[in-house]
Design a protein. Structure first.
Length: 280
């Protein structure tokens, strides 16, 4: 897998009930080493075959306002439009990130507090965000009746799309690419209202609209999605005692990932603003 940042043309412009539609898996632990190619291929196959997840959330405008309040001292005001209070206001792309986070019991979480759904397991115990992209379907996303609108229920289907090993020895890293798709729940219910009856007879179990949406992840087509996100995560091994001692002594500088990520985010937002101004 090649690590990349897509061009800006592809980046388009209280309480919330949440349901995770998946059996929560147990923790996974990797036995592969860099010298064990067969072991890594086994791990890769296991991760690619993990069940997809589907989360539904109610889009509450108050949650979005809290996001704007949090970022108001970091980004210029023109980059943080506050969504209107009217019922069907469409939220800008990217705001979906404050919803659709997996939740599970504490004893199911990894030692760093993250969920194990995309983790390769030990010895890859450190994770970081490594990049990604967001695309929208303009004809549907910005429509109040079909788009990512306030006071609507949305569904997010997610799966592991790719797993790659890079580097050797203690510097080896595992890159995991996540495919996430978003659709209006009312659209799914209306579309599959009659189809569900026939499907239920064939498979012998109760089938809901989210079942159909999850199975669209295997196709490159958009299906019912109005928003698609590709997220790259990198998993690293724990630092060796020698590295920790060198960092403590000031002999080895820690990588300033957050600063680099913020610089990249600001650069991409500026490009997005430029292309939007040209469109208008």
């Amino acid at each position: 897998m090649s690590l990349r940042t897509r061009c800006a043309r592809q980046i388009t412009r209280g309480h919330a009930p949440r349901t995770v539609w998946q059996r929560i898996p147990g923790r996974h632990y990797a036995t592969a080493t860099v010298d064990d190619a067969a072991g890594f291929q086994q791990l890769r196959a296991e991760m690619l075959n993990r069940s997809s997840t589907c989360i539904r959330e109610y889009i509450d405008i108050n949650v979005d306002h809290k996001l704007v309040d949090t970022l108001c001292t970091i980004l210029p005001p023109e980059w943080l439009p506050r969504a209107q209070a009217r019922r069907d206001a469409v939220l800008p792309p990217g705001h979906h990130l404050i919803w659709f986070n997996n939740s599970m019991p504490v004893d199911k979480l990894l030692p760093d507090g993250t969920d194990p759904l995309q983790s390769p397991g030990e010895p890859w115990v450190r994770r970081m965000w490594a990049g990604g992209s967001v695309r929208v379907r303009p004809g549907a996303y910005y429509q109040n009746e079909t788009g990512f609108a306030v006071n609507s229920s949305m569904a997010c289907a997610e799966r592991i799309q790719d797993v790659q090993l890079r580097g050797q020895g203690d510097s080896a890293k595992i890159f995991v690419t996540i495919d996430r798709r978003f659709a209006r729940l009312d659209t799914l219910r209306e579309k599959y209202k009659d189809v569900n009856k026939d499907t239920q007879k064939k498979v012998g179990q109760r089938i809901g609209p989210l079942w159909h949406f999850r199975h669209q992840l295997s196709s490159e087509d958009w299906g019912d999605a109005i928003l698609r996100e590709e997220r790259d995560l990198v998993f690293l091994k724990e630092k060796t005692p020698a590295e920790l001692e060198a960092i403590s002594a000031g002999q080895l500088a820690t990588t300033r990932y957050l600063e680099r990520m913020c610089s990249l985010l600001v650069f991409r937002i500026r490009l997005l603003t430029f292309f939007r101004s040209r469109e208008t």
